[in-house]
Write a protein that binds this ligand. Structure first.
Ligand code: 4NP
Length: 162
């Protein structure tokens, strides 16, 4: 099983959106039995809460299911358990590396680094910008490229591919 964890600051806006979108894409490709998806925040302020209303609205608009998603804080075990730890911005990456210290972890990187020629490197925080539509577009694109990379790296067989 390939284990993917999306990480942001609060785990209510960006990373739960990425979790829901990625879960949707994984399902579309018939890879539910091969890839597991989760998300967590580096902060603990919103633990137990469902996604932010702005995230819920844009996911509903795009028919992406987000049932069961609740905020939680990342811990040491996550860093060792997950194969791909995908952060939304450089600050998240810094926090993850600090938390990991010298411990061995799965791959830690930024979502938009998977998008060739991306104009942006960080997914802006809609908790402050209010622009959930822009964040949706960026995360959607990032998730598509991330999934293609994982399929190649892990040599996964995709449903309906010639
Ligand atoms: P997120 O957005 O990291 O995309 O979930 C935030 C949510 C909450 C806070 C900051 C960012 N906060 O400070 O409570």
């Amino acid at each position: 099983m390939v284990k993917v964890l999306f990480v942001c600051l609060g785990n209510i806006c960006r990373s739960p959106m990425a979790e829901a979108i990625f879960r949707h894409l994984v399902k579309e490709k018939g890879l539910e039995g091969k890839i597991t998806v989760d998300s967590a925040g580096t902060g603990n302020w919103h633990v137990g809460e469902p996604p932010h209303e702005g995230t819920q609205l844009i996911l509903k608009k795009n028919n992406i299911d987000f049932s069961g998603i609740r905020a939680r804080q990342i811990d040491q075990r996550d860093l060792q358990t997950f194969d791909y730890i995908i952060a939304m911005d450089a600050e998240n990456v810094g926090n993850l590396r600090r938390l990991a210290g010298y411990n061995k972890t799965g791959f830690i990187g930024r979502l938009l680094d998977f998008v060739p020629d991306s104009e942006m490197a960080d997914v802006p925080d809609p908790y402050y910008t209010g622009n959930f539509a822009q964040v949706y577009e960026l995360i959607q694109k990032g998730c598509e490229h991330l999934l293609e990379t994982i399929i190649k790296e892990k040599k996964l067989e995709v449903k309906g591919r010639e």
